[in-house]
Design a protein around this ligand. Structure first.
Ligand SMILES: *[C@@H]1O[C@H](CO)[C@@H](O)[C@H](O)[C@H]1NC(C)=O
Length: 216
């Protein structure tokens, strides 16, 4: 009897962890975010359904190129719950990424989402790295119309490997996927992580760390 209970709870825990691996499923048609809601919940509180309108589910402008005049030569234009309150609780979002020639989307990770990306214009070299201890790099060159998947949490990047602009559209399995850009998080935190700690982590001298930190 006891072992049956163990089995039952084991299965229950297994099922629960699968469900909790992505954004919670909505328990009503929609829960349009009320950004001024005073209550802290896992997501945003719901706007009164009677006050919900089409514009809560709408965003325009994703046809417009993002400004890639920056150090990395790329720009992400998001369409997440921050831009579309109707995405609240729905577990999905979209981004447009523009790349200048040879521009990169630097190594980063989305703590809450798997990403599926398609190339609209240009040619991208993309990749992700598996977790420890293998840290295997999985890379692919993508042409217009190609699709590639970056599994949730893994560090990934893209690079425009052409002399023209490139454009990609990516869908993410969270209303609020989050993004941690590795270099910014490690070298650009406020306050800064101790330079001797980073020197030991990266096996370089402290001056090199100071120099990198000054870039962020
Ligand atoms: C793009 O960004 C650069 C750098 O911030 C800025 O100087 C430039 O005016 C921007 N271009 C457009 C079209 O907004």
């Amino acid at each position: 009897m006891a072992s049956h209970n163990f089995l039952f709870f084991g299965i229950l825990i297994a099922i629960c962890s699968v469900v909790l691996a992505s954004d919670p499923s909505p328990l009503q048609d929609f829960c349009v975010a009320d950004p001024n809601g005073p209550v802290f919940v896992n997501g945003h509180t719901c706007k009164d359904p009677k006050l919900v309108e089409a514009n809560d589910f709408f965003l325009s402008g994703l046809h417009l190129p993002g400004n890639t005049s920056n150090a990395v030569g790329s720009r992400v234009t998001p369409a997440t719950v921050a831009q579309i309150p109707g995405l609240n609780t729905l577990g999905i979002s979209l981004v447009r990424v523009d790349y200048a020639p040879w521009g990169i989307n630097p190594p980063h990770t989305h703590p809450r989402a798997t990403e599926i990306l398609t190339v609209i214009e240009g040619t991208l070299e993309v990749g992700f790295v598996t977790s420890n201890p293998e840290n295997r790099l999985i890379m692919k060159k993508l042409e217009k119309g190609d699709v590639f998947v970056f599994p949730v949490g893994l560090v990934h990047f893209q690079r425009n490997v052409g002399y023209t602009n490139a454009v990609a559209i990516a869908a993410l399995s969270s209303q609020n996927p989050g993004v941690i850009t590795i270099a910014n998080a490690v070298f650009g935190s406020k306050p800064a992580i101790a330079n001797d700690l980073l020197a030991k982590s990266f096996q370089v001298d402290i001056k090199t760390i100071d120099w990198i930190q000054s870039k962020f």
